[in-house]
Ligand binder design. Sequence first.
Ligand code: SAM
Length: 346
Amino acid sequence: MAKSSKGKGSNKQRGAHSSKPSSGHTSTHRHVESKHGANKSGKNFPVKLAMWDFDQCDPKRCSGKKLERLGIIKSLRVGQKFQGIVVSPNGKSVVCPNDRNIVEENGAAVVECSWARLDEVPFNKIGGRNERLLPYLVAANQVNYGRPWRLNCVEALAACFAIVGRLDLATELLSHFSWGLQFLELNKELLEVYQRCTDADSIKKAEDAWLEQIEKEAQERKARNPGDDLWLTGNVNHKKGHGVTQNENKDEAEVGSTWEQGENSEYESDESAADGEEAYHGPVKYDSLGNEITLSESSDPEYSDSEELLEEPDFLGDNSFSNDSDIRDVTVGLSKVAIKGDVTEQ
Ligand SMILES: C[S@@+](CC[C@H](N)C(=O)[O-])C[C@H]1O[C@@H](n2cnc3c(N)ncnc32)[C@H](O)[C@@H]1O
């Protein structure tokens, strides 16, 4: 990794596959938790929030670190388990409205790590009794905008709250991010569908029905426009066969299989790019056809360091898109968002 900053409560791995807990969580760094997740900084959140932070991401772009800076999430060490809902790639069932009591009484936690380095996370030493996957939802964060399933930590927590019927908590959490409420907007219809469910089975059925529907709509659009329409089919010349494109292969779009499907060789072999660091060579914007417009730093008032990107994201000028990537289309409900296909893994 090109750059790393050791955060409080860090579980940074010493070796690529080490599962040894960090000693970084010293008593001086430990958050003092009181009822309902209030911590030392005095800030409060109505339910307990926690994360295991493996320090694999750019701290300036990391939503978990930002929540920690805001003082509303507690860092857990490897070896510690969490009693509430653990929203995790290691989950076996999905978050559902029946989880509401667990969330309200014991809170929710996430695993702050890089998507590209999930195999380094000692899942057997973290987690808890209530580990859950999230059903199909689309990211709105500036790193993986438009990408299904790969939510960042704040989106994952908010999704969990929204599904169990606590939209108020989801809204409160996301309001700390300038792009945050867009996540709820982008997934509004689907979140409402999930909220009407009860258990994990009903969520799975609703998810399957949704995926079938968006695939059907995509097929119908293709049938109506058999030509090579970039906005409908993506740039086939550049297709690399990675990531999950709902419209292309629904079978690959199963919850649980997405973690593997999304790993692409290029970014995995280039950690700095995977973490959205060195992949950026200056401000880039795209015209209405997806052509890249190169801007000089001085000509772009929005160009700044990545801290500002976290605060004031510009989806079109986001450095998460590599220069030679394909255009990938993602269907979000009835609206389709054409986006650059290769996204960073953070
Ligand atoms: C891999 S980390 C990436 C975090 C990112 N660096 C950030 O800035 O927040 C995202 C975490 O959110 C949770 N998460 C996101 N999408 C999920 C999904 N579809 N199912 C289960 N957990 C998910 C998991 O805890 C996962 O480890």
